[in-house]
Design a protein around this ligand. Sequence first.
Ligand SMILES: O=P(O)(O)O[C@@H]1C[C@H](O)[C@@H](CO)O1
Length: 287
Amino acid sequence: MADVVESYSYEDIEAISKFLLERCRHRPKIGIICGSGLGGLADTLQEQEAFPYESIPKFPVSTVSGHKGRLVFGVLSGKAVVCMQGRFHMYEGYSMAKVTLPVRVMKLLGVETMLVTNAAGGVNQDYVPGDIMIIKDHINFPGLCGNNPLRGPNNEKFGPRFPAMNDAYNAKLRASLRAAAKLCGLSDHMKEGVYAYLGGPAYETVAELRFLKAIGVDAVGMSTAPEVIVARHCGMKVCGLSLISNKGIMEYDPSLVIDHSEVLEAGRVRAADIQSLVSNLVKLIDE
Ligand SMILES: O=P(O)(O)O[C@@H]1C[C@H](O)[C@@H](CO)O1
């Protein structure tokens, strides 16, 4: 028999979703994962019902600043939504099963459309901090080396053993994001490109960034791809946004530095724009 990787059974995930459904009156079909510094979006929901992660059975807790650590249900643009105000990253020491657990919980809550957001470094030289990239596709580096969130026994109740990923980021939702950006006057800041997921927590070396640029990556980060794979595996429609928080450092110039406070600051600067972009997107989603 194959070695077994950490996993949650269908029953474990069902128990978590029942716990939440019994305590919450919202029935969201839209799920939102808030990236670093982007959690303010969850605070704007109306009729909020919030669950700190430590209050949810078997849930991991957030350990990174800029990730508050709450599941927030509420109403946005007249529709019920559920927001992860803080996500889990592999570099925090979490298994892929833990990183992606909330996605399966959302599935059993009834979520059909998932918006995944993150803060990312710009690799494309045309990108400047403050740009918002609609994710067209991703490269899952840990996954290419075998650390895919679907590694381990497949649970057919969620999806097939070999799910397709060529259409991971829904084309219609990407068009809706462009339309939403137009509605809130953000078109000039919008880009569309390829996100590379690296394990982190170290930021990239110059050589790594030059490599990413050479292979066609537009933005680099430490999240998102595992959540998207698990969401697509269980049949959700997915769209993704990267807030370009910094330029990737492509030169050997020690005066250039990147740190997490810069990433969080970029989120603060664009918070209101991201909130209006997402609320306009939610208006355009057919339920
Ligand atoms: O959760 P996201 O992907 O938005 O966070 C990014 C990647 C790292 O967690 C952190 C680095 O500053 O921000």
